[in-house]
Write a protein that binds this ligand. Structure first.
Ligand SMILES: Cc1cc2nc3c(=O)[nH]c(=O)nc-3n(C[C@H](O)[C@H](O)[C@H](O)COP(=O)(O)OP(=O)(O)OC[C@H]3O[C@@H](n4cnc5c(N)ncnc54)[C@H](O)[C@@H]3O)c2cc1C
Length: 484
């Protein structure tokens, strides 16, 4: 749906739009967003600094249940599941074993799979939906006015290029040029330095599939990729050196022996590096016609494996809102676009707090903080509501948004994958539209605040004839409105 409208810039000459939305950065967040917008019929250009075919290194390796649900609503989850290993238990600090098998989802596990597998599927979907990729091209400046955004880019061979779009989204990672161009701060601190990372093979497999433990001055985390390779991450209080300091497998082995009592016979490292981790969040996810999502908006410690998952959920929250506004279906476009900030900024802040708390527990070393860690781990393991809440937050299934005014009791909550006459709810959401679930025979009108049209809504019926409620589910799988 390329818009051919024109705008009045500084000169009186009308400038046509080159594309509806320009997305900067083809990491997981940008790929999901661009694919969604194109699936909604918009003209989308995805700009990526890397040349085509150059994948990012595998940083993330865990896909949580809520993200798997979002991928299921795009028909991608089963293909992703085939690339990895489901992990149903986690052992933390030697004593706390978290049972992911209790998660109330079709995906009752954490899927261990490399980030590039997620990107590969999202990239193919984006291309199939007609996204225009501009690889080897980097954004260096942007200007916005009342009608649109102009992106100044440098293409292959340093050729200058200008793209004019109605909206621009910065999914360009933690060093975001878009964020800098908006002159936004990225306040926060470095939470942990000198973390070593190694992808290795093991002679002795750990008893628990995901293990985290520490001696007070060290901690080590091991998780299987499922194909014989393991991701090891470790930290040593007594060896705090810059990221540039070389790291070898002996250092990782020694660290594992001190933290876990064994190095599990690590060998054949295919990737070793040293990095630090910041906790930062931008105060505004939206400035006029420009949005920030994923690592461009928030970064935090890798504890809990939340980064990529949170970015993908940002994208799923923003894409249908932008599509509804650009298709002219939102009764109050400004309020709908602002709800991206009011819904996702608090989630980002919560992830910063929870992943920061986990990493600080792992780094605990005074007798008092170690005792507190033991108490926290025991309480979390023993108290079902506490561990269910922790699991809800880590898996993303427990995330809910503020109810829509007049939206009813269930408004803002995640809609579980209920069976309906027409199929599973999450299958019906693959249309990328709202789903209206009503009792058999009911003719239900949409509430006036629904940012969609009756013609687009997918209509469905409860399988249970006793259910008398009506629910309008947003394209991102949260309830907009429910009524009896
Ligand atoms: C060791 C490690 C382990 C991790 N483990 C996990 C995990 O288990 N689970 C999890 O959820 N997360 C994990 N993460 C975090 C996860 O990798 C990131 O959160 C995720 O990659 C963010 O995705 P993104 O698309 O927002 O940004 P990125 O993946 O950083 O993508 C940004 C893209 O923008 C491009 N770009 C940048 N600037 C420009 C520009 N000016 N013009 C054009 N293109 C540009 C870049 O080339 C890049 O491709 C881990 C991170 C690390 C370091």
């Amino acid at each position: 749906m390329r818009t051919t409208d024109s705008h009045q810039g500084d000169s009186t000459a009308a400038t046509p739009f080159d594309t509806d939305v320009v997305v900067i950065g083809a990491g997981p967040t940008g790929l999901l967003l661009a694919g969604d917008l194109a699936a909604a019929g918009l003209d989308v250009t995805l700009v990526e600094r890397r040349p085509a075919g150059h994948s990012n290194l595998t940083r993330a390796f865990g896909v949580h249940a809520r993200t798997l649900e979002l991928l299921d609503t795009r028909g991608l989850a089963d293909a992703l599941e085939a690339t990895g290993t489901p992990l149903t238990r986690m052992r933390l600090f030697g004593r706390l074993s978290l049972d992911l098998g209790r998660l109330p989802s079709r995906f009752d596990h954490l899927l261990i799979t490399p980030q590039y597998e997620v990107e590969r599927l999202l990239e193919r979907r984006a291309a199939d939906n007609g996204v225009t990729f501009r690889h080897d091209t980097a954004l260096h400046a942007l200007h916005q006015d009342a009608d649109g955004v102009t992106a100044e880019l440098t293409g292959p061979g340093d050729a200058p290029l200008t793209l004019r779009a109605r909206h621009l989204v910065g999914t360009d990672g933690h060093r975001s040029t878009v964020r800098a161009a908006l002159d936004l701060p990225f306040p926060g601190t470095s939470v942990i330095r000198s973390i070593v990372l190694a992808d290795v093979r093991l002679t002795d497999e750990p008893a628990e599939s995901l293990t985290v433990n520490g001696s007070g001055d060290t901690f080590v985390f091991i998780a299987p990729f499922g194909d014989g390779w393991y991701r090891v991450m470790g930290w040593d209080r007594t060896r705090q050196v810059p990221d540039s300091e070389p790291v070898d497998l002996d250092e990782v082995r020694d660290l594992a022996r001190r933290a876990l009592g064994t190095d599990h016979g690590m060998h054949d490292a295919r990737w070793i590096s040293r990095f630090h981790s910041d906790e930062r969040q931008v105060p505004a996810y939206r400035v006029g016609r420009v949005f920030l999502a994923g690592d461009a908006a928030h970064v935090h410690s890798p504890a809990g494996g939340q980064g990529m998952n949170t970015g993908l959920q940002d994208a799923a929250n923003l894409s249908w809102k932008l599509a509804a506004v650009l298709r002219g279906e939102a009764p109050d476009p400004e309020a709908l676009l602002d709800s991206y900030q009011s819904e996702r900024h608090p989630v980002g802040a919560m992830v910063l707090r929870s992943s920061g708390a986990l990493v600080r527990l792992a780094m605990a070393h005074t007798p008092l903080t170690r005792a507190l860690r033991a108490v926290a781990a025991t309480a979390l393991g023993a108290l079902r509501p506490a561990s269910a809440k922790a699991l809800g937050m880590i898996s993303g299934l427990g995330i809910a948004y503020a109810p829509t005014p007049g939206g009813g009791r269930a408004s803002g909550r995640r809609a579980p994958d209920v069976p309906l006459r027409e199929g599973r709810l999450h299958e019906l959401l693959r249309a990328g539209e709202f789903v209206l679930i009503a009792p058999e025979g009911a003719t239900q009108a949409l509430p006036p605040f629904a940012p969609t049209t009756a013609a687009r809504v997918v209509r469905a019926t409860w399988t249970d004839p006793a259910r008398r409620t009506t629910a309008l589910v947003r394209p991102d799988g949260y309830v907009l409105w429910s009524a009896r």
